[in-house]
Design a protein around this ligand. Structure first.
Ligand code: FES
Length: 107
């Protein structure tokens, strides 16, 4: 595994998130209070695009069935709801470092 440049800091203002394609993966990067975090960009339930969901604090909500993940850890906060609520597994979490204006993710 090595760190790969994924974005520039000016692409991700505080409180925003965006997904990027790196090494055949879709990775969601979020800026939480000036610190950057990276998790899988695809929901662990059925592959929903998390970048199209909502970010409130450090919690991203999937636009498809409402699963929620902590972007700082990838841990599932809430599973999907399709009539009843199910469980879903955590998404992968990636190490991030910033060098100058360059955001790098370990993949
Ligand atoms: S695909 Fe994300 S909650 Fe179903």
């Amino acid at each position: 595994m090595s760190f790969v440049e994924i974005a520039q800091t000016d692409q991700l203002p505080v409180g925003t998130m965006k997904s990027f394609s790196v090494s055949a993966k879709t990775i969601l990067v979020a800026n939480i209070e000036g610190k950057y975090y990276a998790i899988d960009g695809k929901c662990s339930h059925a592959g929903g695009d998390l970048s199209k969901g909502t970010l409130e604090g450090k919690i991203v909500t999937c636009p498809r069935h409402g699963s929620q993940f902590d972007v700082t850890t990838g841990k599932t906060i809430r599973g999907p709801k399709i009539i009843i609520r199910f469980s879903t597994k955590d998404v992968s979490h990636y190490n991030v470092k910033v060098e100058g204006k360059s955001i790098k993710v370990e993949v």
